[in-house]
Ligand binder design. Structure first.
Ligand code: NDP
Length: 228
């Protein structure tokens, strides 16, 4: 579980733990969350990812479920977006998912089973003015996941995407009140999501009940993307 020290990631970790799983979370800054096994890891570094997996495997055994959740935004309009602002968001959100998935499938292929859940966004398929870097990274996760679903299906490894809408976390708190209100008005359910609501969907995809679901994009967005 990457990016498990706050926001949606922490909610997913707590949900999986409550379901009886042995959960390990990565944190990049600060301290690991209380009551969870934490390893420091920056997903922009393959060395960090390798070292984090080695620690988790030594403590808890092979990784059976991977949740790639770590993500950043760096919003600005294309006309004034630097190449660095574009590539840094791709590097964390999309290449970061590549790094952890590549490392995780080694053990899953050996075990002939596993679950990968990538946390994308409604924005990946809807688009969002001022977020072309972020939307590109999140749309990329869909093609990535569906390709992996095809590559790994015969090994009993499922790969799915959860696409949250507007969730109450630090990431969205950074938006202006005006923008937050405009987004709320576009949501059929008329409210933002709690991180736990995303976490429950991830828990389902990681459970035995979802054994026949792969290559799916599951929206958790109050209807914002209308099931796209
Ligand atoms: P937060 O900003 O609250 O948390 C982001 C998490 O990602 C933190 O744990 C952060 O660690 C971690 N992270 C960021 N960069 C890296 C990195 N290079 N290496 C390792 N960890 C990193 O975000 P949310 O909880 O809101 O978002 C979680 C995911 O859900 C993201 O992928 C986001 O794009 C997606 N999402 C969020 C939505 C929302 O409305 N909030 C909507 C749709 C999707 P640290 O604490 O060290 O910075």
């Amino acid at each position: 579980m990457t990016g498990g020290n706050r926001g949606i990631g922490l909610a997913i970790a707590r949900e999986l733990q409550a379901a009886g799983d042995a959960v390990a979370v990565t944190y990049r800054s600060g301290e690991p969350p209380e009551g969870l096994f934490g390893v420091r890891c920056d997903v922009t570094s393959m060395e960090d990812v390798d070292a984090a997996f080695a620690k988790v495997e030594a403590e808890q055994g092979p990784v059976q479920v991977l949740v790639a959740n770590a993500g950043i935004t760096e919003d600005t309009l294309l006309a004034i977006m630097s190449e660095e602002q574009f590539t840094s968001v791709l590097d964390t959100n999309l290449t970061g998912a590549f790094r952890v998935a590549k490392r995780a499938v080694k053990g899953m292929m050996r075990k002939r089973g596993g679950r990968i859940v990538l946390v994308s966004s409604v924005v990946g398929l809807l688009g969002s003015a001022g977020q072309s870097n972020y939307a590109a990274s999140k749309a990329g996760m869909v093609g990535f996941a569906r390709s992996l679903a095809r590559e790994l299906g015969s090994r009993n490894i499922t790969v799915n995407v959860v696409a949250p809408g507007f969730v109450d976390t630090d990431m969205t708190a950074a938006l202006s009140e005006e923008r937050q209100n405009a987004i709320k008005q576009a949501i059929p359910l008329g409210r933002v999501a709690r991180p736990e609501e995303v976490a429950k969907t991830v828990r389902f995809l990681a459970s035995d009940d979802a054994a026949y679901i792969t290559g799916a994009v599951i929206p958790v967005d109050g209807g914002l993307g209308m099931g796209h």
